[in-house]
Design a protein around this ligand. Sequence first.
Ligand code: MG
Length: 336
Amino acid sequence: MKIKMEHGAGGEIMERFIKEIILENIHLRNAGGIGLDELDDGATVPVGEGHLVFTIDGHTVKPLFFPGGDIGKLSVSGTVNDLAVMGAKPLALANALILEAGTDADMVKKIIASMDEVSREVPVPIIAGDTKVVDDKIGVVIATAGIGMAEHPISDAGSKPGDAVIVSGTVGQHGMAIICARESIKFESEIKSDVGPVWNIVKSVADAVGWEHIHAMKDPTRGGISMALNEMARKSGYGVEIKEEDIPVSPEVRAAGEMLGISPFDVACEGRVVMVVDKDFAEDALYAIQKQPNGKDAAIIGKITETYPKKVVLETVIGGKRFLEPPIGDPVPRVC
Ligand code: MG
């Protein structure tokens, strides 16, 4: 078998590939907490009273620079966000930079400056790295690993019936920004990626309601909220009911989605978090998020239910109900 684009596109083909070619051939997959088999945003290692959270992300986005960000901002944000949605305060990052020979050094400097800016914003230091130069046509590839500490690790599987589902801002911005940049599609107002760190949002909710009332979290990256909610439904065993009219979508993303025939629910966010919170604390959690500069459009979009086990049900604007399926392929490849 030869590896095809589909093997990295999320969806069923990738799932089978990861299971049969990767997981089954790694024999030690767990360090005493959440491990490789859980396929969560990160893994946990119990240390003393707390839990070390460990994650890594490879970044291959095309183009390297896009409205709202670049591969540098994306690489630091993506890793910080995987730590944040595990309930971990980011402690340190490490970066591997793989560069094609002939890459412009000033461009690399710009990418590093973006990484530095996000690292200071969080803040989380970048304390280790590696640089390789190759003669293959790869452009710039960045792998970023991160460690964090969680007193109360949060998986993506912990939803309970009755819980509220919150999204921290408008969805689909990143994916649509990438497609429009790649295809040179212009709208009246430019679509900007939402790429950015969400640790401030997660922490504001934990400070307001306590970690124990956040039951599950995920950053809706590849496959968008459709993928994230379906994974959360499947892993918890419960259903998710959401209302289309309550899901925040910016007018320009809505317009782009209609024109391109791509649902904003199916494309990546890179600066959002989907949070499942005990319903009695949902309003307080929402209020805490809305006070953050990157959380002003946050909304409660639905609830966890026993009615549709492992499925996501969308109540449409006109009042009908349909299953929201995870996207089959990748509507937008090389988005992160
Ligand atoms: Mg993630």
